[in-house]
Design a protein around this ligand. Sequence first.
Ligand code: DGL
Length: 258
Amino acid sequence: MSKIGVFDSGLGGLTVLFNLNNSNEYVYVADQKNNPYGEKTIEQLLDYSKKIVDFLISKGCDKIVIACNTVSANVSNELRKIYNEIEIIDVITETVKLINSEKYEKMKKILLIATEKTIESNMYQKLINKEVKGIATKDIVPAIENLASKKDIIKIIDRYLEKEKGKHDAILLGCTHYPIIKKEIEKYLQIKSIDSISAVSKYVDNISTKPDNNNNNLNDRKDDKYSNLEIYTTKDEKYLEKQIKEIFNKDIKVKILK
Ligand code: DGL
């Protein structure tokens, strides 16, 4: 059994966490005080991440999953250099391997949506061996964090993606918040989406314990099965509890991390 630390700027990383094998122990940090990360500088991203990783190590975590594309794209190598005694897993490496694999051979044109900082880093565009068009969709994370209605989310999708209809084979959700609105995006563009959940959870399950199932549905793993899950937020614990209930339909007690 491993103790695994998982973090993101907010609730997005929970899309990854809730699909990890629940026989491990987990500590999750949502840095909601500093959300969104997409418009922060590299120095700020490194500073926030270091504080969180220090906290996760102090809780006894021996592996850390950066469940945030913005941090993965911009400072994951720096973090690996600083914390070379633990394994740090980003959400981009395994996702890119999956996209470059035979499974996606027929997908030639990929539309990437992500935060400004992820698009600017060019990480996905450099690593994927296909045509990739990147669009920074900066209003989506705040809308999800604010529990915007589906109607408002669709308005935002329409604003960013109207001109992209019919031009791509698949859409890559380059932000861990986006799987929450996967159905709306797929329906709008009439193409399949790709996200980091299955690739990352497969990798993490393999390096920790044997997965007890291969179920990748967001709401299918019941929280009562997590005997050892602690969730922290840097902002408002009651609000994150409400977000988790509304989005993932789970009742989980959240603690504050000052
Ligand atoms: N979930 C984060 C990501 O994957 C969101 C970043 C943000 O807070 O802007 O990039």
